[in-house]
Design a protein around this ligand. Structure first.
Ligand SMILES: [Zn+2]
Length: 405
């Protein structure tokens, strides 16, 4: 038996009064976060030690009792305590040598990702949730919520409130029903390429939504900042972002479910290496080509999609008794998957791979996916001539992400 955690996201049925209450609570937690963070940043500047949870909880009590910050008392204590724990975790992560990418926590701005986490004190009925100091709140139920509820987080996205219900359940994880293995490469012309030759195109509507987004953002720029019209336009853009996220979410979930059911082991390239070395603009001798078209929104949407896809694969494969494994991606886009010849000129264009040694022609991303599979199965990286070649390849990979259309 293994314990697995699963999150269910449901939309809350809110009314004006409830929304005002939630906004006040998230305002209080934001205030507490920012005030505690400011205190700690000041201490850091003066070379004093950080205040951890216990000290911060002491200060919180002091603030609650004061006239100025007494409004904190309206907020359920456990939510405030949770925020302080989150802050402590954020500081610990950023001082953790094993997590070099973590940065200092930042101040929270109003309206940006409001979230309220309830670690306890809640109840769940068939179609409603009980939250301390808030009461019963109905939600739109889309599927059965299974397992023991561990915590509930409320978030506001594009003017709507959602509850993410985290549960834990015991399940029997056996052997994966299939014994097939596959290599997957983050595509350059498409969302992903599989070593069996499948090309996953991605969602057509990204393009359409992106164009709409660009148009609306252009409109926003022409409005007076802070005006009624500007605010309305801001909300419109938030809704559009939300819609894009939903479309992408559906697409990624379908894909990761299918892959995790059919493949016992999935190999992908190691993103830590890719994320930390190589510049997005390429090297001096070999500047990243076509930077403009690939930069910005398209790229960020695709990149986020790829990270999320991997994240989903990790846990969905685990549920099935399968696994996701990272491999050294060195030269996987330059090596011929047929004869092993490595040469930069093998890669004719972004989509085309023609081996200069054996003449094998193949979609460049599929060729890379086959190499990833080979590296995964043999445990040996594709040979590397010199380090700079690898850096350039990494740079190209980072740059080479094109919009899915
Ligand atoms: Zn070849």
């Amino acid at each position: 038996m293994s314990k697995i955690r699963k999150a269910y996201k449901v939309r809350l049925k809110t009314n004006d009064e409830l929304e005002r209450k939630l906004v006040r609570i998230s305002g209080s937690t934001r205030f507490l976060w920012n005030k505690s963070l400011a205190m700690n940043l000041e201490r850091l500047e003066r070379d004093q030690g950080i205040l951890w949870y216990n000290e911060l909880a002491f200060w919180m009590k002091v603030w609650k009792g004061s006239e100025e910050y007494g409004f904190l008392g309206e907020c359920p204590s456990q939510i405030l305590q949770q925020k302080l724990m989150d802050l402590e975790r954020a500081f610990r992560d950023c001082f953790d040598r094993k997590q070099p990418l973590k940065r200092l926590p930042v101040f929270k701005k109003k309206g940006m990702a409001d979230s309220i986490r309830f670690p306890q004190g809640f109840k769940i009925d068939n179609r409603r949730i009980f939250l301390p100091k808030i009461g019963w709140v109905g939600f739109y139920k889309s599927r059965e919520i299974l397992g023991k509820v561990k915590n509930i987080t409320l978030t506001r996205r594009a003017g709507r409130w959602y509850a993410s219900i985290q549960t834990e359940q015991d399940i029997e994880i056996g052997k994966h029903p299939s014994d097939s293995v596959i290599g997957i490469d983050a595509g350059i012309k498409c969302f992903a390429a599989f070593s069996d030759g499948t090309l996953v195109e991605g969602v057509n509507s990204f393009r359409r939504h992106e164009q709409a987004l660009a148009r609306e953002q252009h409109r926003l720029a022409r409005k007076q900042k802070g005006s009624e019209n500007w605010n309305r336009q801001k909300r419109k853009i938030a809704r559009l972002h939300h819609r894009i996220a939903n479309v992408r979410g559906d697409f990624l979930h379908k894909l990761s479910t299918e892959v995790s059911k059919n493949q016992a082991r999935v190999y992908v390239e190691n993103l830590n290496i890719r994320g930390m070395s190589g510049s997005a603009r390429g090297t001096e001798e070999e500047p990243g080509s076509n930077i403009k078209a690939k930069a910005g929104l398209n790229k960020s949407i695709l990149d986020q999609g790829w990270f999320e896809f991997r994240r989903q694969l990790v846990y969905k494969l685990a549920w099935q008794g399968g696994s996701l494994e990272e491999v050294d991606a060195r030269n996987t886009s330059l090596r011929c998957s047929c004869c092993g010849h490595i040469e930069k000129r093998n890669r004719k264009s972004q989509a085309e791979f023609v081996c200069l040694s054996c003449g094998k022609e193949q979609h460049a991303d599929v060729n890379a996916a086959i190499n990833i599979l080979t590296v995964g199965q043999t445990g040996m990286a594709c040979g590397s001539n010199r380090n700079s070649g690898r850096k350039q390849e990494l740079a190209r990979n980072r740059e080479g992400v094109l919009p899915v259309a």
